[in-house]
Every structure is written in structure tokens, then in C-alpha cells.
Design a protein around this ligand. Structure first.
Ligand SMILES: [Zn+2]
Length: 400
């Protein structure tokens, strides 16, 4: 009898949900698994885009890897040595750029400059608790994690994170509680070969490592790792030949219990967390933006995807506004009608839209600035918009 009642209840609620969905699904509330995030003042900087990690935030500065293209050549060294770039920083107060080198008389144009990085380094730069972290491929064909002290500028090789494949740009990282979480975005799109998506933890003091998550399938890859408090969130998807992306869902690794939990098995393409209000936002391919209350697990759609424009979006939250960037659309579907960044309030209402050209890549940013990089054949520029002017400003200020 009890079972019968539960069945009836379930059927009824499905019917109500279905009926409501037919007339605009925005107000339907669902319930997922509860989750709590205790923010331990983590230095994880999960507001940055995980695909464009060209900038990292330090103390009152933003660090970046300045391309030699900024100097008008493919190699900034007179000797013609293969140059990846120069470590630089932007002062948060003045937004002026400086090279990360205090060598007397240095012109910052050669291999002897303290900021010089040769082509064995990767393109991404990360900051965690006073140090910069970069990947570097060495002659033994291993990729090592390098740490650069931002006070002394001293560089240290830490440990290998595995063999080097073709592209260092496929290797990413995220930091939580003294550990670095390493993942490779290398799912082959040939539709034939199996890949193993993996998320691996390494203690920064070298005291150990462990595999957190693996999944083997054609074109499998772990991506979009972001840390909030003591939780490490990640996405898992399969890149196949015919159907560009098969999303496996959003997962979370609890560093306190050492367990992995499914947060959503929907087709999540990106997500962000407002820790202060305990809200998780996630973007479901072809559906739109959902907001989930972490503690009770209730969720609902707050923005409906527009066909051909916002079927796929990367998202970020800066403490005030939500940002949805539709450039992801081009990677997995086709070009959007217009490349656009949507600035929304916490309820998913679009407050302003900023259109941009396809050369631009939005990096998102913190509460103070929104950043973007521009890549084309003649320049590699970096630009920003002040967050205090985000609703009115349509022009980017170019740093270089
Ligand atoms: Zn120098």
C-alpha cells in the first residue's frame, strides 16, 4: 500500500513537471543531492576560464606570460632562440605592465633576463599561495611542474606529472589544500581510439600522489576542474567523431572524505559556484543555465538557451555578476550568430551583452577586472574591462 502511494506521488509530480515544462520551464523546481561547501579562504581562483589560463592573480597584481609577439616578432631574443615569452605582471592599481625581472641593466630582451622562458614551457600560468606554477617539457620527455617564487623570483623544478605528448597546452591544473590536481584534455576526436580521462592529485611538498578519477572511453577527457573550499569539481565528457561531445556530467571530489560524488548527470558543459550564497550554477548543453541550492539540492532553470547562439556557454561568477560566454559554441557545434559575453544577475537575467570578434578569447576574471586575450597572425594582445563599469563599458582597454 505504501509503495502504491509513492508511485502515485511520483507519477503526479512527473505530470506536474511535464505540464509546467510545456508552458515555459523556468519555474519548475527539482531536487538533487545536497552538498555543502565550507570556504576556507582558498586561493583557488576558480573564476578564471579553465581553457584560457593565460593570467593568474597574485597579491595586488596579475601575472601573465607575455608573448614575444608583443615585441613584434616570433622570437624576442636577438640570438633567435625559441622563446615562449617573458613573465610579466600588471599592477592592479595602475594597470601598468612590468617584466618580472629585477636584474640591473636588463633590457628584458634576451635569454639572460630573469623573466625569460624558453619554448619548453607551457602556455598556461597559475598562482597559488605566493608561487607561480607552470609546466615544462624536459629532454627526458617528461613534463615537470615548475614553481617560481614571486618574492625571490627563484625557480624550482618540483616533480614529473607524466610523459610529454604533443601539446603542453592540453595539460591543466587546479590547487586545493596543498595539492595540485592535474588533468589532460587529450580526448582524441577520431572516433576510434579509446582514451583514459584522469584526474590525479600530487602533494606540492612531494609527499605523495593518487589517482582521483578515471574513465576510459572513445575520446574521454576530464576537463573544467575548479576548486571551491575543500571541494574539487570536474566535468567528464567524450569527444566522438559524429556527435562532437557526449557529456557525462558534473562531479565533485571531497578532499575531506576522499570520495567522488555525481552532482549532475545532465549534459553540463560548464559551471560556477557562488560560495557565499551556496548556489551552484551549471550550463546544460542546448537547455540553458540552472541554479542549484547546494544545501538542499533544489534546482531550476534560470536562463533558456537560444538556438544557434547560446546552446553551449562557459560560465563564471565574480561575487556580483554571472558571465556566460558563447565562444564554446564554435568548438563543438558551429559558429554562433554573434560571439557574445552575457552579463547576468544571480537570477539569470541578462543585464548587458557584449559582442566581440572571433579572435578574442574571454578569460573571465575576479571582482575587479574582466580580461580577454586576442590571438591573430600579427598580434597577441591582452585587454581588460573594469568590473565597476561592466554594465556600461563596451570597449576593451588594451594593455599591450
Ligand atoms: Zn630582464
Amino acid at each position: 500500500m505504501r509503495n502504491k502511494k509513492r508511485w502515485l506521488g511520483l507519477a503526479l509530480s512527473v505530470f506536474i513537471a511535464g505540464a509546467a515544462a510545456g508552458c515555459g520551464s523556468e519555474n519548475v523546481v527539482h531536487r538533487g543531492e545536497p552538498l555543502s561547501i565550507i570556504d576556507t579562504q582558498s586561493d583557488s581562483q576558480s573564476y578564471w576560464s579553465t581553457t584560457q589560463h593565460k593570467i593568474a592573480k597574485g597579491e595586488q597584481v596579475y601575472y601573465l606570460l607575455e608573448s614575444p609577439l608583443a615585441y613584434g616578432s616570433s622570437s624576442a631574443t636577438p640570438s633567435g632562440a625559441a622563446c615562449k615569452g617573458y613573465l610579466s605582471y600588471i599592477d592592479e592599481m595602475t594597470m601598468n605592465k612590468h617584466v618580472l625581472c629585477n636584474k640591473e641593466g636588463c633590457t628584458h630582451r634576451d635569454v639572460d633576463c630573469m623573466a625569460y622562458l624558453d619554448s619548453t614551457y607551457g602556455n598556461s600560468i597559475y598562482y597559488y599561495e605566493g608561487n607561480l606554477y607552470l609546466y615544462r617539457r624536459m629532454s627526458d620527455n617528461q613534463v615537470y611542474l615548475y614553481k617560481i617564487d614571486t618574492k625571490t623570483y627563484q625557480s624550482d623544478r618540483l616533480f614529473s606529472v607524466g610523459e610529454a605528448d604533443n601539446e603542453l597546452g592540453n595539460l591543466h591544473m587546479a590547487f586545493c589544500k596543498g595539492s595540485v590536481y592535474v588533468y589532460r584534455r587529450e580526448g582524441s576526436a577520431d572516433g576510434i581510439n579509446e582514451d583514459t580521462a584522469a584526474l590525479q592529485r600530487y602533494a606540492l611538498d612531494g609527499s605523495g600522489q593518487e589517482m582521483i578519477y578515471t574513465h576510459t572511453a572513445i575520446g574521454a577527457e576530464v576537463c573544467g576542474v575548479k576548486v571551491y573550499g575543500d571541494k574539487v569539481f570536474f566535468l567528464d565528457w567524450e569527444v566522438t567523431k559524429d556527435n562532437p561531445v557526449k557529456y557525462k556530467g558534473l562531479f565533485v571530489y571531497d578532499t575531506s572524505t576522499g570520495t567522488v560524488q555525481t552532482v549532475s548527470s545532465k549534459n553540463v558543459c560548464d559551471y560556477t559556484v557562488d560560495v557565499e550564497h551556496q548556489n551552484l550554477y551549471y550550463y546544460v548543453a542546448e537547455e540553458g543555465l540552472y541554479r542549484q541550492q547546494l544545501q538542499d539540492g533544489t534546482y531550476k532553470k534560470v536562463y533558456a538557451a537560444q538556438k544557434g547562439q547560446t546552446e553551449l556557454c562557459r560560465i563564471s561568477y565574480d561575487g556580483t555578476y554571472l558571465y556566460m560566454d558563447n565562444k564554446m559554441q564554435v568548438a563543438y557545434r558551429e559558429e554562433p550568430k554573434e560571439y557574445a559575453l552575457y552579463v547576468c544577475d544571480a537570477d539569470g537575467n541578462v543585464l548587458t551583452t557584449m559582442n566581440y570578434t572571433k579572435d578574442l578569447s574571454v578569460c573571465f576574471g575576479d571582482a575587479a577586472y574582466l580580461f580577454a586575450t586576442e590571438n591573430n597572425t600579427v598580434a597577441r594582445r591582452i585587454a581588460y574591462i573594469k568590473k565597476s563599469e561592466i554594465l556600461t563599458q563596451k570597449e576593451w582597454t588594451v594593455i599591450y
